[in-house]
Design a protein around this ligand. Structure first.
Ligand SMILES: Nc1ncnc2c1ncn2[C@@H]1O[C@H](COP(=O)(O)OP(=O)(O)OP(=O)(O)O)[C@@H](O)[C@H]1O
Ligand SMILES: [Mg+2]
Length: 457
């Protein structure tokens, strides 16, 4: 793994100082860009993400304070260190109040600036380490917010700890709603990259023709709408983690390019002649059966192996029912806190339903059921009546087997439809278009039925 080196932007109107600083910091291993005034600095910030900005205070056109205000307004994630010459200390202090990270007085010795940067880096690292430990240790909130006592999940937490600090690509598999994104965030948050960006992209949600420039960026004029240079998600995630969600939806043409990026560790913006080095950890996820996509020629085998260096397979909720009571408590408490209502308990008949149901939509479906229950319940007890109809129709499956006790054709039909839909979704790895085909109904009516049966997300 190539060591991550911080990106630094130097903004100063004095050419000599820019050259001196730039040469010195590059020698220290930093990656450095320079700008001669605030306006040029802002332009660079739209193209690249910097860890630190060293900004002079007195400059013609846009001065340091104005630049800082604009950068903060645009929520630039970099730490800004002001450089103040004699007579501008007051402004430097004002800048600190505004939100500058630190300031250093000119003239400064060479070592001094390196020390300030090292201290800032160390402070950032400690801050993220602190957050990380807080998240990992707080047992009641689970491992980075993932709640589970289940043995398979505990093993998964141990696996996450093992890979978290490495650059290994991780592939997360699991049915819809099993917590794939949560695990991706945990891999990022529990490791040394925690203080760098976590960037998530849903490969299925972006039109094919836009996805490439979204991932890799483009240069001005690369295509008709490309009026300005644009930084891609890979560059945004530099030093951190890029989460490629629904990787199975990535078009074949782009799969080749992604493979190359992972191998070369460099990207080329669309329309650009040069490549840029990147240091990004890639985590991907899918609810599809990628291996069968590989066999069917829908997914490249070489990319599959490259992504699948380390695989985490999340069990569905029906295989870890022991987590249901704690998850219920977690979601109920969260909803109560968010909507300022009183905490609730779960009545025994409702808990029986929750435990007996097979949760095709997994934890997300449980989360929705709890929220719905809290809206419908009166007082502080969630009873069976407050739970979604799908949990009750689950009982009807057994009624189909014992028709003597309930002769409702409607209920039996509903239960059967629900069952078939669930099986089709499991079989297709949650792909609704394919499920509709197998069920021989239209995509629209499948969506309608999912909603009706409460399987809708
Ligand atoms: N073990 C868990 N503890 C607490 N909350 C969880 C857990 N697993 C999942 N959740 C919550 O359930 C919801 C769904 O999780 P997430 O979005 O990570 O699932 P997913 O597998 O990515 O789903 P999809 O395949 O539909 O994208 C989220 O709100 C998440 O916070
Ligand atoms: Mg997801």
């Amino acid at each position: 793994m190539t060591e991550y080196s911080s990106h630094i932007l130097i903004i100063d109107d004095e050419e000599n100082l820019r050259h001196m600083l730039s040469a010195m910091l590059s020698r220290q291993g930093y990656r450095v860009d320079t700008a001669e005034n605030g306006a040029e600095g802002l332009r660079l910030l739209r193209e690249k993400v910097y860890d630190f900005i060293l900004c002079d205070i007195r400059m013609p056109e846009m001065d340091g304070k104005k630049f800082l205000a604009r950068a903060l307004e645009e929520q630039v994630p970099s730490a800004v260190i002001m450089m103040s010459a004699y007579g501008s200390i007051d402004t430097a202090i004002e800048c600190m109040k505004l939100g500058a990270y630190d300031f250093i007085s000119k003239p400064f010795k060479k070592d001094e600036i390196v020390m300030v940067l090292k201290k800032a880096e160390e402070r950032e690292r400690l801050k993220s380490e602190n957050n990380r430990l807080r998240g990992v240790i707080s047992g009641s909130e689970g491992f980075c917010g993932i709640i589970s006592r289940n043995a398979v999940m505990q093993e998964i937490f141990a696996q996450i700890r093992k890979v978290t600090d490495l650059k290994t690509t991780v592939l997360i598999l699991g049915e819809s709603g099993t917590g794939k994104e949560l695990v991706a965030r945990a891999i990022h948050m529990s490791g040394i990259r925690a203080h760098k960006p976590f960037v998530a992209v849903n490969c299925g949600a972006i039109p094919e023709n836009l996805l490439e420039s979204e991932l890799f960026g483009h240069v001005r004029g690369a295509f008709t709408d490309a009026a300005v240079d644009k930084i891609g998600l890979f560059e945004q995630a530099d030093g951190g983690t890029l989460f490629l969600d629904e990787i199975g939806e990535m078009p074949l043409a782009l799969q080749v390019k992604l493979l190359r990026v992972l191998q070369e560790e460099e990207i080329r913006r669309v329309g650009a002649a040069v490549t840029r080095k990147i240091n990004v950890r890639v985590v991907s996820a899918t609810s599809r059966n990628l291996e069968s996509d590989v066999k069917a020629g829908r997914f490249r085998e070489d990319l599959f192996f490259r992504l699948n260096v380390f695989c985490i397979h999340l069990p569905p909720l029906r295989d870890r029912v022991e987590d249901i009571p704690q998850l219920f408590g977690h979601f109920a408490a969260r909803y109560a806190a968010g909507s300022a209502c009183a905490p609730v308990r779960c009545a025994p008949d409702a808990m029986r339903l929750l435990l007996g149901y097979d949760w095709p939509g997994n934890i997300r479906e449980l989360e929705n059921a709890v929220e719905r229950g809290m809206i419908l319940c009166e007082g502080s007890l969630i009873t069976a009546g407050c739970l979604p109809p799908s949990l009750h129709t689950a009982d009807c499956v057994s009624l189909v087997a014992a028709p003597d006790e309930n002769l409702s054709i409607k209920k039996a039909e509903d239960a059967m439809e629900r069952d078939l839909i669930r099986k089709a979704l499991v079989k297709t790895g949650g792909n609704r278009t394919q499920a509709a085909k197998i069920l021989e109904i239209s995509h629209r009516s499948l969506l309608y039925k999912l909603k009706e049966f409460g399987i809708d997300q």
